[in-house]
Design a protein around this ligand. Structure first.
Ligand SMILES: *[C@@H]1O[C@H](CO)[C@@H](O)[C@H](O)[C@H]1NC(C)=O
Ligand SMILES: *[C@@H]1O[C@H](CO)[C@@H](O)[C@H](O)[C@H]1NC(C)=O
Ligand SMILES: *[C@@H]1O[C@H](CO)[C@@H](O)[C@H](O)[C@H]1NC(C)=O
Ligand SMILES: *[C@@H]1O[C@H](CO)[C@@H](O)[C@H](O)[C@H]1NC(C)=O
Length: 481
């Protein structure tokens, strides 16, 4: 009896430890001018106890690095491939053979999900993917079954929280967005029939960004704002309320038990007045603490399956949504942690930085002291640099928002110079720029040193082309003034 309870007790605690450990995932995006080598990122994941990763494509180099790592993988089909997958069963089969089956059998990659599309029903897409998403989902599911992977690999479709809404403003008023309601119900039924989860991306930051009357405290998990009362339930944070709006929408349509994955959740650190280290730390730590309790949300008690957005900053992402878009990482572009974050997965309770990162030389490109702010070349040069580099840390409320005019110009020049791998020709803004070995960074504003470009063979050639282009443009700037 005693032995039995002891063994049972140990088994139960081991089970919960495993559940707790496998609790958090991360989004690994690669829209960067200088992505870290995939092996470095996989080591970073393991050193930080991150057991699950969500990708936006099925890049072979990335998947090779994940081979035999044990890390659970969600591969992705980008929106621009949806129409092909929708219109051709054969294309879907080729995709599954090449991008799922071969990696599982050839290299022991632990692929568990295929994400078909990425937020395809976003209102800003004007319905572009409305007709292709569901057929693509069906074709990929059929291809997985044909490949014998029907049980092991599940399809899903990461959707933005804008696919549902609430007429009352309360979670209990939740239902799918009127214009896509029938389509959503068909997709949800399909997921349910195939034992597949619903994946949703929830962003309190975006609510705060788009609505200046949004109550800031409600975005966080430890806020002291006024709670929302929904029948007998009190909501003190937006995540729970938004998540449960989805649960109500599912329940109302007969799918109250469909598993939910939180595909993206996070907070950016730069590019907007609300995107900073303090808020990001508070939000992400609050979320980790929230899910560590295993309590779930009022409508869905139990563990929450979630992927942080994101792992590493991506300096080549489109800034259409806003300048914050390049700053979602819990790590900077070089794998350095941004703030103290306890994922509950390491002994130290802190993030571990990436190992063996190779940096370029300690030098920067800045505005020459002798150059004049009135030089007519200034505006042209800065806008050229910013259009090809990353100036999202300049502007109101950002880390470099307090630089003076010369500082601004230097920041733009340096960003361009670093992204161009410090080639001399990238610091030849006519009569305006010079290379320095003195770090121009200020307290808040980091003038970066780039990391070595990751030399996959094709990308090396692209790098040379980039240098040539930089040279040509510099020459052009010199002559067409
Ligand atoms: C596999 O995925 C990659 C990366 O997303 C994509 O470029 C390629 O076209 C896919 N292969 C097939 C056969 O569809
Ligand atoms: C959607 O429509 C708006 C207004 O007509 C347009 O400005 C925008 O470029 C369109 N977006 C896409 C992705 O087609
Ligand atoms: C620096 O650049 C930012 C972004 O372009 C601009 O908003 C700001 O006014 C500039 N500051 C100065 C002092 O020129
Ligand atoms: C650079 O400065 C020199 C001396 O001040 C001047 O003669 C020359 O025209 C300038 N060149 C350009 C491209 O502005």
């Amino acid at each position: 009896m005693g032995w039995f309870s002891l063994i049972f007790g140990v088994a139960v605690s081991l089970f919960f430890m495993v559940v707790a450990v496998s609790g958090i995932g991360a989004n690994w995006g690669t829209q960067a001018t200088h992505p870290l080598p995939p092996d470095t990122v996989v080591r970073l994941l393991r050193d930080n106890g991150i057991q699950k990763v969500k990708l936006f494509d099925a890049d072979a180099g990335t998947l090779n690095a994940l081979g035999k790592s044990g890390v659970e993988v969600m591969v992705g089909i980008p929106n621009d491939m949806l129409s092909t997958m929708a219109s051709s069963v054969k294309a879907a089969q080729r995709w599954v053979d090449k991008n799922v089956s071969s990696h599982i059998s050839g290299n022991a990659v632990n692929i568990r999900y295929v994400a078909v599309g990425n937020e395809p029903f976003l209102q800003t897409y004007n319905g572009t993917f409305l007709r292709t998403t569901f057929p693509a989902l069906q074709n990929i599911q059929a291809a997985l079954i044909k490949a014998g992977l029907g049980n092991q690999v599940k399809v899903t479709c990461p959707l933005n929280a804008d696919v549902y809404e609430s007429s009352s403003g309360l979670p209990s008023g939740g239902d799918f967005r009127a214009d896509i309601r029938d389509l959503m119900i068909a997709i949800v039924k399909f997921l349910s029939d195939n034992g597949a989860p619903f994946t949703v991306n929830i962003y309190p930051f975006i609510s705060l960004y788009t609505d200046e009357n949004f109550p800031v405290e409600y975005a966080f998990f430890d806020g002291n704002g006024s709670p929302i009362v929904d029948g007998g339930t009190t909501y003190t944070n937006m995540f729970d309320a938004n998540h449960d709006t989805l649960v109500w929408a599912l329940q109302k349509n007969g799918f109250g038990n469909l598993p939910i994955i939180v595909g993206e959740i996070g907070w950016p650190t730069d590019g907007d007045r609300n995107a900073n280290l303090v808020y990001a730390q508070r939000f992400n730590q609050g979320f980790m603490t929230h899910i560590a309790t295993g309590k779930g949300t009022p409508m869905r008690p139990g563990p929450i399956d979630a992927y942080l957005f994101s792992l590493i900053d991506e300096d080549a992402k489109s800034i259409d949504p806003g300048n914050f878009e390049r700053h979602w990482g819990i790590f900077y572009f070089d794998g350095v942690p941004k703030y103290q974050l306890n994922l509950g997965t390491t002994n130290t309770g802190t993030l571990v930085r990436a190992k063996n990162v190779q940096y370029l030389s300690q030098k920067w490109c800045v505005m020459k002291p002798s150059a004049s702010l009135d030089d007519p070349q200034v505006a042209l040069s800065v806008s050229y640099a910013c259009s090809l580099a990353d100036c999202t840390s300049l502007g109101y409320g950002t880390t470099c928002g307090n630089l003076d005019a010369r500082g601004n110009i230097s920041y733009a020049f340096n960003s361009y110079y670093q992204i161009q791998n410090q080639v001399d020709s990238a610091c030849k803004f006519p009569n305006l720029s010079m290379i320095t070995k003195t770090n121009p960074s200020t307290d808040n504003c980091r003038f970066g040193i780039m990391i070595e470009p990751y030399a996959a063979s094709g990308e090396l050639r692209a790098g040379c082309l980039q240098k040539l282009m930089a040279f040509i443009v510099m020459v052009a700037l010199l002559f067409f003034s």
